[in-house]
Design a protein around this ligand. Sequence first.
Ligand code: ATP
Ligand code: MG
Length: 276
Amino acid sequence: MALIARGLGYVYGQGTGFGIDALRGVDFDLSSGEMLVIAGATGSGKSTLLRLLAGLLRPSAGSVTVDGVAPHARSARGRVAIVFQNPESQFFAETVLADVAFGPGNLGAEDPDVVAADALAAVGLDPGAFGGRSPLTLSGGEARRAAIAGALAMRAPYLLLDEPTAGLDSRGRRDVIAAITAERARAGVAVVTHDPDEFLSDADHVLALSDGAPVFDGSVAALFDAFREYESAGLRLPEVVRAQLLARERGAHIPEIGFEPREAARVLMAARGERR
Ligand SMILES: Nc1ncnc2c1ncn2[C@@H]1O[C@H](COP(=O)(O)OP(=O)(O)OP(=O)(O)O)[C@@H](O)[C@H]1O
Ligand SMILES: [Mg+2]
């Protein structure tokens, strides 16, 4: 049981003579309980990949399967939830609560409004204050959180998020990151991000794209071993992590990389044989 991509590729406007080769040669398996971070610069194919995984685009090359079937197949209904990069484009109901409750209602949940209220609370939106509002009146950060709540409420086995923390303040980021990482308890989660800072410490796998092609694909530990290649593709690791990798490159004994400044300080001190 997994969300699987094999030799996956996509050309926009194929056969028109003006085709844009947006993605090629992508392979991965995402199982329940795992988090895949998809990193890459602007235009590298990240959103295209998510659309293919959600069955919104059909592959030009290779394949996607969700638990053995194509994502657009009827039997795959409700198996993949997606949060778009522009969450405003996702709303259609008159109230926030109705919008978030639509997915679970459609999938036959017993009490979709309760599921929706829980999902809103999980992303830090008070259902009492926001549930009755029109989605069109939400601020950018509120809209993003509401769109994430809509995907969480579907309780789909695979959750795909395109830049879920873009435009959020630090509190919003914290709520959303906590809600997304908690989803791994019951789902496979793929997160697209420009800079993988926020999700790296929770990631099982990282797929880095450059110009539509994978430039790195592997575990976080393997990414740290290959960080020069990763960075040569124009991608950047968090500064706190880089500092430790640079020290390691110069011979410091650093078995585990810390993600927080405090942890990093401890790691670097220990590498010098000092303890504090
Ligand atoms: N509907 C479309 N028609 C034609 N080309 C498209 C379309 N959507 C995307 N592209 C092109 O495909 C390539 C990949 O775009 P995609 O949106 O997947 O990038 P991205 O990695 O998500 O970028 P960003 O970080 O800016 O969101 C880009 O060159 C883009 O211009
Ligand atoms: Mg995008």
